[in-house]
Each structure stands twice: as C-alpha cells, then as structure tokens.
Ligand binder design. Structure first.
Ligand code: MG
Length: 266
C-alpha cells in the first residue's frame, strides 16, 4: 500500500477531472476512533460538518457503509443527503436508492434466536455486549479482561457452531468483535457495486470516480469492488498490514484531512 498523500497529485487530478464522484466511508475506526462501547463512538462535529458540505456539493454522492444497523448508523451520523448502508450492506437507503435483502424476515427471526442464546451463554463474562442488529449480530468484547478472552472465543464458537455447520450463518471477527451474518452472498463489496451501478452508469464510468475508505476485515470486499471499478481504495491503519486497498492513511484524523482536501476540490 502506498501512503495516500504521497500520491496526492495524481488523486487530486482524478478528483478534479471527474464528472461525478462517489465517495464512500466505513464508520467505526474510519470516521471515528474505535472506543470501548459502540454506543459512544460519536462522530466528531468537524467531520459531521464536512460530510454535510460534501453531501450537498453537485457532482458528489456520499455514502456510509457500516456493520451497524441502518437506523443506528443514520442516527450516529445525523447528516442528510447521504446514502446509508447498514448491516454490512444488507440494507441500503438514501436519495435515489432503497434496498433491503429479500430474505429479511427469515434472517431477522433466526438472528434474534441466536442472539438470545449468545446473551445467555455469555452472561457470566463481564464486559461482553451481545448486540442484536436485526439482520446481523455483534459480540463486542473490548471491555473483557484479558484472562477471559479465550472463554469468549470458546463460548462464541460452541454456540454458533451447529448453525454455522449447516450453512445458515457465517461468522467473522474484526476489531474486538465477533460478527454473525446470514450465509447469503452479500457483503460490503456487493453494496458498493449496487451504489456504483446506481450513481455511476457503466457507459460513462471513465469520467467518473469512486473512492472507499475503511479500516477492518469486512471492508476488504469493498476495496476489491472499488479496485475493479478503477476507483481509489484507502485502508485506515498500519500501512504494512495486508489489504486489498491501494492506499493507506494512518488514522481517523488523516481521514478528516482527506475530507478537507476533497472539499477544496469539489
Ligand atoms: Mg470499521
């Protein structure tokens, strides 16, 4: 990965020349630093103001694609004219776009049951938060004592194992969180493709530009989707880490600088 601002001249030119730009961000760890409890991962005011400005610029579409439920991410961001994709893209809503995965009802009732079982199984470990997000589940363990971490992993695996074995769910682990997702062929990458097809028509894609900024494993699908559309993929974190992204930024404060620079161009 190349440090984004080392190549800023070329990116500046692409952004400037584009007739339309689709600029997409993950939320946690990308626009806000990761914190102990997800409910206090507030968006810094300066970022909210910049996102609001960018979202109203002609020739720009802004989207936020998160593992959070769509109602949650919309409330955390609190900016209008933005596309929100929740639950890793299983639900997408914004000006000119509305998508919800066709198996929603089925998925929700299954997730609810798994959530109840996980909550019960994790009850004796302090600091675990089992979050039922409707279409997916998160087990947050950032606040758990180090000595109990192995227990969290074991309980999680034992609980989800049978359902996972029969192919009904998939699990993944990100930054201090285990995720349970329905085993449907859908992810942040598919959500990115859907948004691009809507806002960047294929026949004119050469003069259009897409960009995605994310920090975690579930963002890798999005990076790949952006790469194959000729867009700019940006990982937030250690540039020596393995990622499909072409560029990296060190932390969320540099994402803030990126927003400021993009606002100067558009
Ligand atoms: Mg993230």
């Amino acid at each position: 990965m190349e440090y984004l601002f080392n190549d800023w001249n070329s990116i500046w030119k692409q952004l400037k020349a584009a007739k339309h730009r689709v600029i997409l961000f993950d939320y946690d760890g990308t626009l806000t630093p990761i914190v102990d409890r997800p409910e206090i991962a507030y968006l810094p005011d300066e970022i909210r103001v910049m996102l609001g400005k960018l979202a109203h610029r002609p020739g720009v579409t802004v989207g936020i694609i998160s593992g959070r439920a769509i109602s949650d991410i919309r409330e955390m961001v609190g900016v209008d004219n933005i596309i929100f994709a929740g639950n890793h893209g299983l639900e997408i809503e914004g000006p000119g776009i509305r998508f919800i995965h066709p198996l929603t009802d089925e998925i929700k009732s299954a997730m609810h049951v798994i959530g109840l079982v996980l909550t019960k199984a994790m009850a004796r470990i302090r600091g675990v938060i089992v979050e039922d997000k409707g279409l997916t589940l998160s087990v947050h363990y950032r606040m758990v004592d180090t000595e109990h971490l192995q227990q969290v992993d074991d309980i999680f695996d034992n609980t989800v194992n049978i359902v996972r074995k029969v192919g009904k769910i998939r699990t993944s682990s990100g930054k201090k969180v285990h995720e349970v997702r329905p085993a449907v062929p859908w992810n942040k990458g598919k959500a990115v493709q859907m948004i691009m097809e809507k806002f960047l028509p294929k026949n004119v894609r050469a003069s259009y530009l897409s960009m995605y900024v994310g920090d975690d494993l579930t963002d890798e699908d999005a990076f790949e989707a952006i790469n194959s559309a000729g867009g700019i993929s940006i990982f937030v974190g250690d540039g020596r880490q393995k990622s499909a992204a072409a560029y990296y930024l060190n932390d969320t404060s540099e994402v803030s600088s990126l927003l400021a620079e993009v606002l100067k161009i558009t």
